[in-house]
Write a protein that binds this ligand. Structure first.
Ligand code: COA
Length: 381
């Protein structure tokens, strides 16, 4: 048996959802180029496409949007549960708990019933944003505000989060960000979702496990670290020195590198355009100049190794301009990625076999238990 750490290059499933060409920097969802979807589609339309395989008809889209709108509210019990969470806790932990708690409310499991799948998709897509926004207000000591039925999906989320109706351009840019983050083949959280799905558990457990995986700094959590890094660098002329130090100390430069891409992540290019659109309308962010300088310096130093900006590099700057607090960047990523996780959940159920990989055992061979007084060991941490 040959071990491939991180399962690099090891296919573990077949999938018809998303395709990445890491050498050319191309990404498609169900065959549609990401650039086209990000400029023409809406997040809910893209969600429908990812999960059911084709773009919806106008009636299917209207029905889906209406269903999602109807299920945006969360039970007062979930809100009360959130009030018991420590305000200092990370919102990803709050989200993971809330997503898992939905399994308590909708405990009937009928995963071979298409209507059950549709209803679960609608609930998760509808309620996850409400939960993220509610925790934000609750931890500030406020009551969450109810969704507004006259606002579309993204505009409503920004409203629930910031307590004010946002400019339509801001809402549209946020919606485009959700499209960009909705799916990316077998990244760690999606793999986690598929492994959990393969046990035939409920979709709330599937999403909760994926949220936990997305939280890590090597995955979704990198977008928070990028802004901290840009602030640490402070000004564009210090980018080169920072990079040299990071490379010399073998530190990862956050927002750079990807298992699949050897060129700039196409989503990073679109996010950079969105950032510029936002800055042109609502004013500059000084850290953008630092980011550009860092990307420029990194092209010479990391580019030859195929390390370029990934999706997380510019997303934080966009989210900050939209008034989203830094520790909500990853929960916002989750709002979007739940579409991809659910697409993989559905696909996994269609041809399921439980994931059960093997290992290469490296521990000690069989030995005998000894009474405590006969042991002479120091603890191995
Ligand atoms: N900065 C500096 N060097 C990097 C790097 C980065 N961001 N990402 C990878 N490298 C280097 C590694 O040091 C390693 O070099 P070596 O072969 O000389 O030891 C080589 O590239 C391979 O890195 P590795 O960590 O094995 O790649 P991976 O495919 O396992 O990891 C990531 C992919 C995304 C986890 C990794 O690039 C990373 O940690 N990036 C920063 C975090 C981030 O932005 N995550 C968001 C991903 S969308």
């Amino acid at each position: 048996m040959t071990l491939r750490p991180g399962l690099e290059g090891v296919p573990v499933t077949q999938s018809a959802i998303c395709d990445i060409d890491g050498l050319q920097g191309n990404l498609t969802y169900r065959g549609y180029p990401i650039g086209e979807l990000a400029s023409q589609s809406s997040f809910l339309e893209t969600t429908y496409l990812l999960i059911w395989g084709d773009l919806p008809s106008p009636q299917q889209l209207r029905d889906f949007e209406a269903e999602v709108q109807m299920h945006r509210r969360v039970s007062f019990r979930v809100r009360d549960m959130m009030k018991c969470f420590p305000a200092s806790g990370h919102p990803m932990d709050a989200l993971q708990s809330c997503a898992a708690s939905l399994g308590l409310f909708y405990s009937r499991r009928a995963i071979d019933n298409p209507q059950y799948i549709y209803d679960a998709v609608v609930r998760l897509i509808a309620k996850i944003p409400t939960m993220v926004a509610a925790f934000q207000l609750i931890r500030k000591g406020q009551d969450p505000i109810q969704p507004r039925d006259d606002l579309a999906y993204s505009a409503n989320f920004l409203y629930m989060l910031t307590e004010k109706e946002q400019d339509p351009l801001a809402s549209r840019i946020f919606d485009r960000c959700l499209i960009l983050h909705a799916e990316h083949s077998l990244n760690a959280s999606t793999f986690s979702a598929r492994v959990t799905a393969s046990t035939l558990t409920d979709p709330y457990a599937v999403v909760a496990s994926a949220v936990g995986t997305l939280a890590g700094p090597l995955h979704g959590g990198a977008n928070e670290d990028v802004l901290a890094m840009l602030e640490e660098i402070g000004s564009p002329e210090k980018a080169g020195v920072y990079l040299d130090k990071a490379i010399a100390n073998k530190l990862k430069v956050m927002g750079f590198g990807h298992r699949e891409y050897r060129v700039k992540d196409p989503r990073a290019s679109i996010l950079q355009e969105l950032a510029e659109e936002l800055f042109a309308r609502f004013g500059k962010d000084e850290m953008y100049e630092v980011a550009k300088a860092l990307e420029n310096e990194a092209t010479h130093r990391l580019g030859p190794k195929g390390i370029f900006p990934n999706v997380d590099f510019y997303s934080g700057l966009v989210y900050r301009k939209l008034g989203i607090p830094r520790d909500l960047f990853t929960p916002v990523f989750a709002i979007s990625r739940v579409a991809g996780w659910l697409a993989h959940w559905r696909e996994q159920l269609g041809a399921n076999r439980i994931f059960r990989p093997s290992q290469i055992y490296t521990g000690v061979q069989a030995r005998r238990w000894m009474p405590p007084e006969e042991r002479n060991q120091t603890r191995n941490n």
